[in-house]
Design a protein around this ligand. Structure first.
Ligand SMILES: NC(=O)c1ccc[n+]([C@@H]2O[C@H](COP(=O)([O-])OP(=O)(O)OC[C@H]3O[C@@H](n4cnc5c(N)ncnc54)[C@H](O)[C@@H]3O)[C@@H](O)[C@H]2O)c1
Length: 286
């Protein structure tokens, strides 16, 4: 991959977590970084630390403002900001709409804004922070799982359509990552995500390795690829394993509601992962 020095990079949701780690890594490589976040103070702080430019506001509509802030050109756009929420069909429409807008339409709007310039120059890079939930699923959260699948589908479509015209696309699909978001994933997160959680810097490392190797899928956890293959290869076995995981979460939640000793689900969730649990049963991810 060509040097990032002097590249103009946008990272949404970069005031903390994975986005901040990406912004730091791009800045360390010599790129100019537009640091977007809904939290203006957080965006300012990371921009100051990285020598970047803060572009506060909603990631869902930030692409043109970020391009302007960078002097008219964006080389790499990282659609990183994302939202997760618990619930199934019972979640209100407003919540489904908000999740769809940030996890999917933000990516669509950014691509709409930037593709004409990239196609004219024959060069551009779109990085989508999806999730392993986009390859597998997230127990307890239908809006998150569905919109992350859609984000992955959109990134795949971009790659299929434009790779011969100089547009590179990458989809980052981590399982648990130690960020503020991880603290909001409840019992399911405790059981499934925390035990194997990695630091946000490891996600940035995995992205840069994928840049070097020209790889679309960025899988910072070693387990994700085989779970994804298991889902495709024997979907019903995979679904049964996932359902056992769902039942385990339900039992843990019932114990908490009942005020019982939660010895199987301590804060780390470590003990809640029996060795006998089939691998596919662990195949849901944030
Ligand atoms: N943490 C995990 O375990 C995990 C795993 C897989 C994928 N992801 C994905 O990684 C991405 C980043 O998540 P994170 O864990 O770093 O979260 P985080 O909560 O630590 O940080 C997210 C940042 O995004 C900002 N933000 C939220 N909504 C925004 C909006 N509409 N516009 C601009 N900024 C906004 C927040 O203020 C915050 O600074 C998300 O897309 C998430 O779905 C996270």
């Amino acid at each position: 991959m060509k040097s990032l020095r002097d590249s103009a990079v946008v990272v949404t949701g970069a005031g903390g977590g994975i986005g901040a780690a990406l912004a730091r890594r791009f800045a360390a490589e010599g790129a100019s970084v537009a640091v977007n976040d809904l939290d203006a103070a957080a965006a300012e702080a990371v921009a100051e630390e990285t020598g970047g430019i803060a572009v506060p506001g909603d990631a869902a509509t930030v692409a043109s403002r970020a391009r302007e802030a960078l002097g008219g050109t964006v080389d790499i756009f990282c659609a990183n900001a994302g939202a997760g929420t618990e619930g199934g069909p019972d979640a209100p429409d407003a919540l489904w709409d908000a999740t769809w807008d940030l996890n999917v339409m933000a990516h669509v709007r950014a691509a709409r804004e930037l593709l004409p310039g990239w196609l004219e120059r024959g060069q551009g890079r779109f990085v989508s922070t999806v999730s392993a939930a986009g390859l597998l699923t997230m127990v307890g959260s239908a809006p998150y799982s569905v919109t992350k699948h859609a984000a992955l589908a959109f990134a795949e479509w971009l790659s299929v359509t434009y790779r011969h015209r100089g547009v590179d696309v990458h989809a980052i699909c981590p399982e648990g990552v130690r960020t503020d978001m991880l603290t909001t994933t409840g019992t399911a997160g405790d059981i499934v995500l925390r035990p194997g959680a990695i630091d946000p810097e490891a996600v940035a490392d995995a992205l840069f390795a994928a840049f070097d190797e020209g790889r679309f899928l960025v899988l910072p956890h070693p387990t994700t690829q085989s779970l994804y293959a298991a889902r495709a290869g024997d979907t019903d076995t995979w679904l049964s394993g996932m359902n056992r995981l769902q039942q385990k979460v339900e039992r843990a939640e019932a114990r908490v509601r009942g005020g019982a000793q939660t010895e199987a689900e301590p804060a780390t969730g470590q003990a809640a992962r029996p060795a006998a649990e089939p691998e596919v049963a662990e195949g849901e991810r944030a």
